[in-house]
Design a protein around this ligand. Structure first.
Ligand code: PMP
Length: 411
């Protein structure tokens, strides 16, 4: 089959130094972008330059380096805010990542509102980071966690979700793109349904940010959570987006430096947004690198990235489906660049270890989505995930490695 490649993937690959390396003497075939993306030179150099030339603590310093560091860090926030169409940078709280963003919403926004018997609704395909913080909150408050079902293709059952909406539901948590199944959820539609009952919606956008254009206002959600390292930026940095009015109403989450306006032993008052939610010295170089990652993605164009990844996904789905004994878990009509699968009776961990010897980096395990594994009645899957730098030739290497593994187990 001929696959139309919407942009020059070889030129893009040259932006990622790590893709030049070999593993076990073979060219690296990195198919684990859903766990953590590789970084382009633009991000590596932005953080390197920050440490070499501008490093200092942010916000409080009058000296030149501190002001430069503040400008660069806040520049990253501004760039991200514009990228997701936030109304202002005050709506973007920089966190450690998606997990911390969800915990922030759980403890600051929702905890003060909850009463015993209230409900929190999530879907069956959530990552643990959009399950466990709510479970902990239920234990703390007597609220109840409800789960909207999925079908055998790994799609959300929208009718069933709609039937679960009521005045009792105090928050709905939904993943934009599933890291385990690749399913793209109809998030705008979910938000529309939830609005009928005034239910705030939190979207886990960890996988969506690198793959597609995210416009938080167009989605109609209340909270959007993201991670830098999934979108070709550094680890340890991410963000929570929420409307300014919502954030103004929320109490601070962690106490310490940065988040205060004035402190006495009798009483402290809080800083303005977004600092109110950013206690302590932040991940400054991370913020700088995140800004560089956004700039990089915008330079390539999110439409072109999406089209390229879709082309690779279509090719890979066809090729993998043709392998004898291979079962694809997650066959939603709308999918992003993730293929979870099992191969005959071969344990995914064995599979992952063997294909590593062909240079192929796959993720194996439960992908922090144990309930998804339970639903499909598998202990684990192998997962190939595709980023903007992957090629159809790399898919061929994967297919060849899988065929060889299958033959080995048959012998
Ligand atoms: N949600 C999804 C869909 C994810 O893929 C991940 C990371 N695997 C997370 C949440 C958690 O992200 P982080 O570890 O960066 O907080």
């Amino acid at each position: 089959m001929t696959t139309k490649i919407p942009f020059d993937v070889q030129r893009v690959r040259a932006d990622f130094p790590i893709l030049q390396r070999t593993v076990h003497g073979k060219p690296l075939v990195y198919l684990d972008t859903a766990a953590s993306a590789q970084r382009p030179l633009a991000v590596i150099e932005a953080t390197d330059r920050f440490y070499r030339e501008h490093n200092a603590n942010v916000h409080r310093g009058v000296h030149t380096l501190s002001q430069e560091a503040t400008d660069l860090y806040e520049g990253g926030r501004r760039r991200l805010a514009a990228h997701i169409n936030a109304a202002s940078e005050r709506e973007v709280i920089l966190t450690r990542g998606t997990t911390e963003s969800v915990n922030l919403v759980a403890q600051s926004f929702l905890r003060p509102k909850l009463h015993p018997g209230d409900e929190i609704l999530v879907t069956h395909m959530e990552h643990h980071s959009n399950i466990v913080p709510w479970q902990m909150l239920c234990e703390q408050t007597g609220a109840v966690l409800k789960v909207a079902p999925i079908n055998q293709r790994g799609e959300l059952e929208l009718d069933a979700l709609e039937a679960m909406l009521s005045e009792r539901v105090q928050l709905l948590g939904v993943v934009h793109i599933s890291n385990a199944l690749g399913t793209i959820n109809p998030v705008a539609e979910v938000c529309r349904l939830a609005r009928r009952f005034d239910i705030p919606v939190l979207v886990d956008g960890a996988q969506a940010m690198p793959h597609t254009h995210v416009d938080v206002q167009a989605l109609g959600c209340d909270f959007y959570c993201l991670s830098g390292h999934k979108m070709y930026g550094p680890t340890g940095i991410g963000a929570l987006w929420a409307r300014e009015a919502t954030l103004e109403e929320m109490p601070p989450w962690q106490g310490g430096g940065e988040m205060i306006e004035r402190v006495t032993f009798e009483k402290s008052t809080w800083n303005r947004l977004p600092a109110k939610f950013e206690a302590g010295t932040p991940n400054i170089a991370g913020g700088v690198g995140l800004g560089a990652a956004v700039e990089y993605l915008e330079g390539l164009g999110t439409d072109a990235i999406e089209a390229h990844e879709n082309a690779v996904l279509t090719y890979a789905t066809e090729k993998l489906a043709a392998i004898e004994g291979l079962r694809i878990i997650g066959t939603a009509a709308k999918k992003a660049g993730v293929i979870s699968f099992t191969l005959g009776e071969i344990h995914p961990h064995d599979l992952g270890t063997i294909v590593d010897h062909y240079g192929v980096a796959l993720r194996t395990g439960h992908h922090c989505t144990m309930p998804v594994m339970q639903f499909f009645n598998v202990p684990a899957t192998a997962r190939a995930s595709f980023g903007l730098y992957n090629t159809v030739e790399e898919v061929d290497v994967l297919v060849d490695a899988l065929e060889r593994t299958r033959a080995m187990f048959q012998a």
